[in-house]
Design a protein around this ligand. Structure first.
Ligand code: CTP
Ligand code: CA
Length: 222
């Protein structure tokens, strides 16, 4: 029923998304990660498929099943996510980066389990590539959408990310706005400014965001 009533605003389009956290191994049994359920990315992927798109999702570890009509590529580290994204870019019209990518990874991951010594220890971290910035900087870049979950100064950070990463659109929210509630408040940032969306149930938000993306993507072709 839902599929029947959803206008196929992305028919004939290819959408690539990243979703979930990345996991950066320290040793065979430990690692660094971001807390991210992957729910938003998976909901958006499903909504893109309902809107008629061919959908590929590169996902970190979430335990969630791939939504119907979505080809899911499972990855662990940010470096693997970057490689998978670059390998899938051919023919992509819209790239939506929802993943909570670890900004840093251990410089080296130990082959064997690290044993405690009782002394303090130092873990050296090196920066991971910014996948979204890399995609948006390509000469043949697709329409690029980023997400910004901030704890303060949402307008400054979200619009800053849109400009620095050269994105068509950023979906921003204040993390405390959606914590422990069934609905969420998001703000869209594009070249025309900021557009707060009405508070919506979390289950409905993906559809609203995909409509907003499809509308702007359509306009970008004119
Ligand atoms: N992103 C990405 N690759 C990274 C880091 C972020 O593709 N290595 C993407 C995210 O998927 C999101 C957007 O960039 O769409 C913003 O991510 P965020 O973590 O909020 O921004 P950062 O640029 O990493 O800045 P900071 O964490 O310092 O706020
Ligand atoms: Ca980050």
């Amino acid at each position: 029923l839902e599929a029947f009533f959803t206008p196929k605003v992305l028919a004939g389009r290819k959408v690539l998304l990243t979703a979930g956290p990345t996991f950066e191994p320290v040793d065979p049994v430990r690692g660094l990660t971001n807390s991210s359920s992957g729910k938003m990315g998976y909901s958006l992927a499903r909504a893109c498929a309902h809107a008629g798109a061919e959908v590929v999702m590169v996902s970190g570890p979430t335990g969630l099943p791939a939504p119907d009509g979505v080809r899911r590529i499972g990855v662990v580290r940010a470096l693997d996510m970057r490689d998978a994204v670059i390998a899938e870019l051919d023919g992509v019209d819209v790239f939506i980066a929802v993943a909570a990518v670890a900004d840093y990874r251990p410089e080296a991951s130990a082959e064997h389990k690290v044993k405690k010594s009782g002394e303090s220890m130092t873990l050296t971290l090196v920066p991971n590539p910014d996948i979204l910035s890399e995609v948006a900087a390509r000469p043949d870049a697709p329409f690029c959408v980023g997400f910004a979950a901030e704890s303060r100064d949402l307008d400054t950070y979200a619009e800053g990310k849109r400009q620095t990463k050269r994105l068509q659109m950023v979906v921003g929210n204040l993390v405390q706005d959606g914590l422990g509630t069934d609905d969420n408040q998001v703000v869209l940032y594009d070249a025309d400014g900021r557009h707060p969306l009405p508070r919506a149930a979390k289950g409905e938000l993906a559809g609203v965001i995909v409509s907003a993306i499809a509308e702007r993507f359509g306009r970008s072709l004119l």
